[in-house]
Design a protein around this ligand. Structure first.
Ligand SMILES: NC(=O)c1ccc[n+]([C@@H]2O[C@H](COP(=O)([O-])OP(=O)(O)OC[C@H]3O[C@@H](n4cnc5c(N)ncnc54)[C@H](OP(=O)(O)O)[C@@H]3O)[C@@H](O)[C@H]2O)c1
Length: 322
């Protein structure tokens, strides 16, 4: 039995490191450990404003790096700006191997408001802002946050390709897209990763995961823990058998789903962070993997059952983008 449940109060001797999840290559250019950190929930409530406890947010980021995390996901819209600012405050000057993946094309005019703008003018301005806040000369991975229904998808991607040629971006990536979007984008510029909502219980984008694996594109599942609410009899039974937590089992399933899967569980708690990273060394048996894989079908669940508000944006983007 693996003793992998741990928080700062009960660390065992077992090594806890994102490294144990193995590595994944982004576009054949940068290699990162296959368990990253999502920095969205370090901000204030509703992903708005500064965190209640700034010191703790900074400590979580520093601890993530100590635990071997070398891929951090963020976006200009988280806060807005707060998540990027916290990353720079906590970690600049950055460790040599740290890859920060930020996003643009989705704005926050006010609390609980998210609006699209993936126009060339906005993306150019957004990238300048991210470069400044992150204190970088070039962004390693820049993700189009979501297709903008009011802007040609190709034009948004062409803008990112131009910014890459200008040296502002190293690698271009997408988020909240269909296979068709990815194929269209790849005709314009190499796409190194795709970030869509996904977990063992939430499989709307299964076919995109498979497409990515087949085409050497890293898949980054957001909402991998259904915001910490993943639960259920099967998960609990497996967690008990492994001496693990249900969230760790959910992460282990993702890591086994595809060698190009790069989960980015987010947390504002050091204890949860340590627990999540400890899942890097957890392996499910084939039977366990298959049993979890069949949960949505057995429950008659549709892919978007556990999704929050962002589903709306995704379907808006995928149905209406040009
Ligand atoms: N591309 C997109 O459109 C998009 C959309 C959403 C998110 N994202 C990215 O994906 C990342 C992850 O997504 P997410 O934050 O929505 O989902 P998530 O990782 O499934 O959930 C994070 C939430 O789960 C809780 N949690 C984390 N670890 C836990 C643990 N071990 N035990 C219990 N609760 C735990 C956290 O609360 P505590 O703080 O209390 O631990 C946090 O509120 C984000 O940080 C962001 O970078 C991208």
């Amino acid at each position: 039995m693996l003793e992998v449940i741990m928080g700062s109060k009960q660390m065992s001797n077992k090594e806890v490191s994102a490294r144990l999840a193995g590595d994944v290559s982004l576009g054949g250019q940068v290699s990162v450990h296959r368990l990253g950190f999502g920095a969205m929930r370090l901000t204030g409530d509703g992903i708005w404003g500064p965190p209640k406890d700034r010191k703790r947010a900074l400590a979580v980021l520093r601890r993530a790096v100590e635990l071997g995390v070398n891929f951090i996901d963020t976006a200009d819209s988280y806060g807005p700006y707060v998540s990027e600012e916290l990353i720079a405050e906590a970690l600049f000057p950055y460790p040599k191997d740290l890859v920060i993946a930020t996003k643009g094309g989705w704005n926050r005019p006010g609390p609980d408001q998210w609006t699209h703008d993936a126009s060339p003018a906005h993306l150019r301005k957004a990238i300048e802002g991210s470069l400044k806040r992150l204190r970088l000369d070039r962004i390693d991975v820049y993700q189009l946050h979501a297709p903008d229904p009011a802007v040609s998808f190709d034009v948004s991607v062409e803008t990112l390709a131009q910014l890459r040629n200008e040296g502002k971006i190293r690698l271009v990536a997408l988020s909240n897209v269909t296979e068709e979007h990815i194929e269209r984008a790849r005709r314009i510029v190499p796409i190194v990763s795709v970030q869509n909502r996904y977990s063992f219980a939430d499989r709307e984008w299964d076919y995109v995961v498979s497409y990515c694996q087949h085409n050497g594109i890293v898949f980054i599942p957001w909402y991998p823990l259904a915001a910490g609410t993943v639960a259920g009899e099967v998960l609990t039974r497996m967690a008990k058998a492994h001496g693990a937590s249900p969230t760790q089992i959910a992460l282990a399933w993702l890591l086994q789903r595809s060698p190009l899967m790069l989960p980015i569980p987010g947390t504002s708690s050091i204890e949860h962070l340590e627990q999540n990273i400890a899942a890097a060394s957890l392996r499910l048996t084939e039977e366990e993997y298959e049993e979890l894989a069949s949960v949505p079908e057995q429950m008659g669940l549709q892919g978007n059952n556990v999704a929050e508000c962002e589903t709306l944006v995704m379907s808006g983007g995928t149905q209406n983008s040009q």
